[in-house]
Write a protein of this length. Structure first.
Length: 256
């Protein structure tokens, strides 16, 4: 996820001055905030107050008058919410929304709380003039519940097409088991699952995918599997979802 050798950051941390911290995409990667792959390898450091920005090979320096800093181990980093506003200077809207979703969503599998709340993000916007307007626009689209960057991108695509907001990773009881589909339309019993490469390469993951799909379909749900290739052809993906909705509506009519 980081894209930077940890020992490089640890070495740089020993020469940072008081009031300097890893920031922007470097801080985001350290916090586990999802980023586009091309944005992971740069090192960003921000200096607070009137200090001069750092000047070192391979390091991008920034300045800020009000810089909230915390520690991750031995590394000084900007706080999660403030980091998100900094990202507004670097990321496109959808990736910024995905970063926000990641911050406000608890880590369900790891059983860890969210790193920030929507209120935290809103307050951080007030502390950072740079990127504030873009962050404010993105905050309108941030939702609690998305557990991956790609889930957010699928959600934004669906909503922009005119479809209603789907539920995000809801708990659905199917027989003795509880499942959490990535996106779900309860009114149509339609589940949308994003399948990353690990679903294809890990036999156990593949087996669980089959089991989940059978459990949903056995109880009248339709499951639409989405991959990164589908997002490259959004019109075809939307057509699949609309067909799935139409099929579920017809099945519901026949049951009446």
């Amino acid at each position: 996820m980081l894209g930077i050798a940890p020992d490089r950051l640890e070495s740089l941390a020993t020469v940072l001055r008081d009031g300097e911290a890893f920031s922007h995409t470097t801080s985001a990667a350290l916090w586990g905030i999802p980023l586009p792959r091309e944005d992971r390898a740069r090192i960003h450091v921000t200096a607070s107050g009137g200090a001069n920005r750092i000047r070192r090979p391979g390091v991008t320096g920034h300045r800020a008058t009000d810089l909230p800093i915390t520690m991750l181990g031995i590394l000084p980093v900007t706080t999660p919410a403030y980091t998100w506003v900094q990202l507004a200077q670097l990321l496109h809207h959808d990736d910024l929304v995905a970063a926000g979703d990641s911050l406000v969503t608890p880590r369900r599998v790891a059983r860890k709380p969210a790193l920030a709340s929507i209120d935290d993000l809103s307050r951080a916007i007030l502390r950072n003039a740079r990127g504030a307007a873009r962050a404010r626009r993105a905050l309108v689209d941030v939702r609690v519940g998305a557990e991956s960057r790609m889930e957010t991108l699928v959600r934004l695509l669906l909503v922009r097409s005119g479809l209603p907001e789907p539920d995000l990773n809801p708990a659905i009881q199917l027989g003795p088991d509880v499942y959490h589909p990535d996106l779900h339309y309860p009114q149509w019993q339609l589940a949308i699952e994003y399948l990353g490469d690990q679903h294809r390469t890990d036999p156990r993951e593949w087996g669980r995918d089959i089991q989940r799909r059978e459990a949903f379909e056995h109880r009248g749900h339709k499951v639409i599997a989405v991959t990164k290739h589908d997002l490259a052809e959004p019109e075809r993906l939307l057509a699949r979802v609309c067909r799935g909705i139409a099929q579920q509506q017809e099945a519901q009519r026949q049951r009446l």
